[in-house]
Design a protein around this ligand. Structure first.
Ligand SMILES: *Cc1c(COP(=O)(O)O)cnc(C)c1O
Length: 411
């Protein structure tokens, strides 16, 4: 249909589909959703308006929408053992904003991990609304180990007395001790927000510590390792439920995206299976296998390896910038992003590192053997960043490997 009515957009979608099918997608926040998730996302639910919450809507005709949202909430509660869940945030950033809006007054203090050390924009980074409308103070990782230093975090918290402490990251390859964060927050009388956007699939599978028992509020995107549609959820203790719900609607948003809500429900059902647990296990196995191979090629991995789905590589010892490496990799059909490394001496626009991850390639079905091959190619690329002929040859080899896997979502 689209093909007939809008050839231009149709062709661009098809081209992007081919690109996704033929490249090794190592961006750790990306994935391939199932056909079922895609079907719910693209359904007629996109036609509906349903401001409010189940049984308390501002528009008529909600008998099915209410059931869909209730089902999504019930599945999230079960999977994450949460008291209360809001599935309406449009994405991870608005979800975090809603939490601050719910629990803080303007100009009260947020304490989060700084962006160049692995935190997210919405954890109080200076250019973000979260630092403009609130006061923000940041913690970093330890200079030597590049690990979270809980003593230091406690010290900053005692000095700065934030109203909320945020744990969670977009570029931290190790486990996070949410219990310790809770103790720190308690010691200074702060709320504790855990943002598990990247790792929620690993948490759902029971492979990483769940912050749900400890945190006042837990936010997560639904589209990263959880493998659902673009969206987010806020989970919280019952005592915060009213404030959180009011902050999402009518505080920050209007009508929820009901098609997304349905797709979240579908993804949550998929995530509550032993098949997904095995998938999550393989994500970590693959990341660790890839890390091991990369170390063999003398790549400088931040913290020396990974406990989760992602690897941060400092390219300095290869005499390359992150951007040089990421743009050479994409020419070879391998997709990642340039990323700052802790205490980066280069600028955020041209940082020293690259960030890679295994959720998407693990969904395809790749295993340890393929990690070996990917590390081999990455090493070749690093030695040939300006050799278009070599990069092209690798791209063809990559395409051939990807051809062995069926891209999910199509059938
Ligand atoms: C991805 C991410 C977000 C934001 O998600 P968007 O959907 O891109 O707005 C928030 N926090 C963390 C830790 C993330 O990794």
């Amino acid at each position: 249909m689209l093909k007939a009515t809008d050839r231009k957009i149709y062709d661009l979608i098809k081209k992007e589909q081919k690109r996704q099918a033929e490249s090794i997608r190592l961006i750790p926040s990306e994935n391939y959703v199932s056909k079922s998730v895609l079907e719910a996302t693209g359904s007629i639910l996109t036609n509906k308006y349903s401001e409010g919450y189940s049984r308390k809507r501002y528009y008529e005709g909600q008998e099915y929408i209410d059931q869909i949202e209730e089902e999504a909430v019930a599945r999230a509660k079960k999977l994450f053992r949460a008291d209360h869940v809001n599935v309406q945030p449009y994405s991870g950033s608005p979800a975090n904003l809603a939490v601050y809006f719910a629990l803080l007054k303007p100009s009260e203090k947020i304490m989060g991990m700084s962006l160049p050390h692995g935190g997210h924009l919405t954890h109080g980074w200076k250019v973000s609304a979260t630092a403009k409308f609130f006061n923000a103070v940041q913690y970093a990782v330890d200079k030597k180990t590049n690990l979270l230093d809980y003593d230091e975090i406690l010290e900053i918290a005692k000095r700065e007395k934030p109203q909320i402490i945020v744990a969670g990251a977009t570029a931290y390859p190790r486990k996070i001790d949410f219990k310790k964060f809770k103790e720190i927050a308690d010691e200074v009388g702060a709320y504790f927000l855990a943002d598990i956007a990247h790792i929620s699939g690993l948490v759902a599978a029971g492979l990483h510590q769940s912050p749900v028992p400890y945190a006042d509020v837990v936010t997560t995107t639904t589209h990263k390792s959880l493998r659902g549609p673009r969206g987010a959820m806020i989970m919280c203790k019952e005592k915060h439920a009213k404030l959180i719900d009011k902050a999402v609607f009518p505080g920050l948003q209007g009508g929820p995206h009901d098609n997304t809500t349905a797709a979240i429900a579908v993804a949550l059902k998929e995530a509550d299976t032993s098949k997904f647990k095995n998938y999550a296990k393989q994500i970590i196995k693959n990341a660790q296998a890839l890390a091991k191979e990369l170390l063999n090629y003398n790549f400088d991995l931040v913290t020396g390896g990974t406990d989760n789905h992602l690897i941060l590589i400092d390219m300095t010892n290869k005499n390359l910038s992150g951007k040089q490496m990421s743009s050479a990799l994409i020419k070879a059909g391998i997709e990642c992003n340039a990323n700052t490394v802790p205490y980066d001496k280069r600028s955020p626009f041209d940082p020293s590192g690259i960030r890679i991850g295994t959720p998407a390639i693990t969904t395809l079905g790749m295993k340890e053997k393929e990690m070996k091959q990917i590390a081999f190619w990455m090493n070749e690329v690093s030695e040939n960043v300006n050799n278009e002929r070599v990069l092209k040859r690798i791209k063809n080899e990559v395409k051939k490997l990807c051809g062995k896997y069926e891209m999910p979502g199509l059938k």
